[in-house]
Design a protein around this ligand. Structure first.
Ligand code: HEC
Ligand code: HEC
Length: 296
């Protein structure tokens, strides 16, 4: 009973969050950033608002390019403001940049395209598409009005040291049951509010990010979880628990890597030759990447 009440409360507060964009600077280190009511009431401001809408409800406002139930804000918290969750405004200042993932210098717009392909399991909007223009306007507006010195310690996700003991699926399962399942569901499927709105995003399965996403890498997932989860209790898990639960999350199947060549072994050799990816590995009785829609 107590469990259900907590959940109902959480759902109500988070649904409100999801539907109406909060006005005013959010909590934490992001207070140097402009508030929504500072968005100018002109043509540029309209584009900024559009970008914010796309960022918050990506399936609704950029549906043609989305292949799962996630929105940008599900990972980039406080609508792209929160330090430690790869904030959008700090990213804006960091491109063009060389990316080892595709071995060339990428523009900011190209970096946005990539999160559509992998994290959103969708397609890249073409360069110049109003969707990318809106997202870039939103990022630029937030950065331009931030009271920061441009050292950008806030950029990206703080790295997490390797754990003392190699991460374990079994221990991760316990960490998950105790700290995550209440919101993200016992099978990682997430939860919807009564109106169908996704309140708690899925962590694995066919409606989550795909195998090419940053979050499908143990080091990034562990670092993200350590800093940001459980929601509003970031920093509360031990490093070992963060690694273990990242292993458990990324030890489940999810949509196929869009660079899939037709063979899991070959795709692993080409794109997943790192200890941080479990793609192609046998975990809990499944070869990951082999059966992308299974909900193991
Ligand atoms: C499943 C989680 C997830 C979702 C959903 C997601 N991203 Fe990301 N995004 C990440 C991760 C993880 C990184 C990599 C951060 C790192 O490597 O430090 C990243 C990186 C980025 C970066 C570059 C950050 C930097 O500092 O270089 C941008 C820009 C970005 N995402 C924009 C978006 C946009 C726009 C959307 C929605 C269309 C989106 N992301 C959806 C997880 C996600
Ligand atoms: C109180 C509810 C709650 C708890 C508990 C919680 N989360 Fe989350 N989590 C959320 C919400 C809500 C979001 C999306 C944030 C947003 O859209 O503002 C999220 C986002 C995420 C994301 C990025 C989005 C995605 O679907 O990939 C990951 C990864 C994640 N959580 C993992 C975890 C893990 C692992 C735990 C347990 C250690 C955990 N969470 C505990 C509510 C919770």
């Amino acid at each position: 009973m107590k469990y259900l009440m907590t959940l109902a409360l959480l759902m109500t507060s988070l649904t409100t969050l999801g539907n109406s964009l909060p006005d005013g600077p959010p909590e934490g280190g992001a207070s140097i950033l402009p508030a929504d009511h500072d968005i100018p009431k002109d043509e540029f401001g309209k584009m900024v608002r559009q970008g914010q809408l796309i960022f918050s409800n990506t399936g609704q406002f950029a549906g043609a390019y989305v292949g799962n139930d996630l929105s940008c804000r599900n990972c980039h918290l406080d609508q792209g403001r929160k330090a430690g969750s790869a904030p959008l405004w700090a990213a804006f200042l960091s491109y063009p940049a060389y990316r080892a993932k595709n071995h060339r210098v990428n523009t900011f717009a190209e970096r946005l395209q990539e999160c559509f392909v992998y994290s959103m399991n969708g397609k890249a909007p073409p360069l110049g598409d109003p969707i990318l223009v809106a997202l870039e306007s939103y990022a630029y507006w937030m950065e331009k009005n931030a009271k920061i010195n441009p050292l950008l310690q806030e950029r990206g996700i703080p790295q997490l040291q390797k754990p003392g003991t190699p991460p374990s699926y079994e221990r991760g399962k316990t960490v998950y049951a105790n700290n995550c399942a209440l919101c993200h569901g016992t099978s990682g499927q997430g939860r919807r509010a009564n109106d169908g709105h996704m309140v708690f995003p899925p962590l694995w399965g066919d409606r989550s990010f795909n195998w090419g996403a940053g979050m499908a890498h143990l080091n990034k997932a562990a670092a993200y979880i350590k800093t940001n989860m459980p929601l509003s209790l970031g920093g509360s898990l031990s490093d070992q628990d963060a690694w273990d639960v990242a292993y458990f999350m990324d030890g489940h199947n999810r949509p196929q890597d869009p660079r899939y060549t037709g063979s899991v072994d070959e795709t692993r050799a080409l794109f997943h030759r790192t200890q941080n990816s479990l793609y192609g590995h046998l975990v809990a009785g499944h070869v990951l990447g082999n059966d992308p829609v299974s909900k193991n």
